[in-house]
Design a protein. Structure first.
Length: 212
């Protein structure tokens, strides 16, 4: 499960997606930190002068409407594709197809093969941005302030040539749902009924792992 990632600069995000958040966000993101995500612009707010996508700064750790406070995000920063449709924390966002892309320069996973955790930085071999599939919500706090939030989707990686090497030996091997460039707009606009069609492993030979 990914609990740390590196966000791209506004310039890199603009170059890759044509949009970047106006709000501040962290360079290194952990649960409850503010990170950047991209979603399809609502049809009612789209005109000829606006791009079809919008970039938002939100909390890493999804907050459903019933969350009492932001701390729930410590347990909702990843969502398993196997249970996302039924788990109460994610069910509403999944059924409403609130699809997001979380752009990342790199993700970090622990390598336990030496007997202790070695943080490993994982990037694309071609230097491009990772496009992590996720879900978003907007949560209204006790003071009425609306806070966007997001989660990253994960899948089993027990047969993935690279990602099966990470996490503790007895833990299930998991990986993020990484999308190729050609699938990004389709994912952001897909209805709920088509969401599972995007659950595919990203090729191991397109990823590079570097111990830090």
């Amino acid at each position: 499960m990914c609990s740390r990632y590196e966000t791209p600069s506004r310039e890199r995000m603009l170059s890759a997606y044509g949009v970047a958040p106006d709000q501040p966000y962290k360079d290194q993101v952990y649960p409850l930190y503010m990170g950047a995500f991209i979603r399809a612009r609502p049809p009612e707010s789209t005109d000829d002068d606006q791009p079809p996508l919008e970039a938002i700064a939100g909390q890493f750790g999804l907050l459903p409407f019933w969350a009492k406070d932001r701390k729930l995000g410590r347990s909702t920063y990843n969502a398993r594709t196997e249970t996302v449709a039924t788990k109460s924390s994610f069910r509403s966002a999944w059924k409403a197809a609130r699809h997001a892309i979380i752009p990342a320069e790199a993700i970090y996973e622990p390598d336990w093969r030496s007997g202790k955790a070695v943080a490993t930085r994982i990037t694309r071999t071609d230097g491009g941005l990772l496009a992590i599939a996720g879900l978003w919500e907007e949560w209204k706090g006790p003071d009425g302030t609306v806070l966007p939030s997001f989660t990253m989707l994960t899948m089993n990686a027990s047969d993935h040539d690279l990602m099966r090497l990470y996490h503790k030996p007895d833990d299930e091997k998991r990986m993020l749902l990484l999308l190729p460039g050609g699938a990004i707009k389709d994912w952001l606009n897909a209805p709920m009924e088509e969401s599972m069609d995007f659950v595919r492993q990203y090729p191991a030979d397109r990823l590079r792992a570097t111990p830090t």
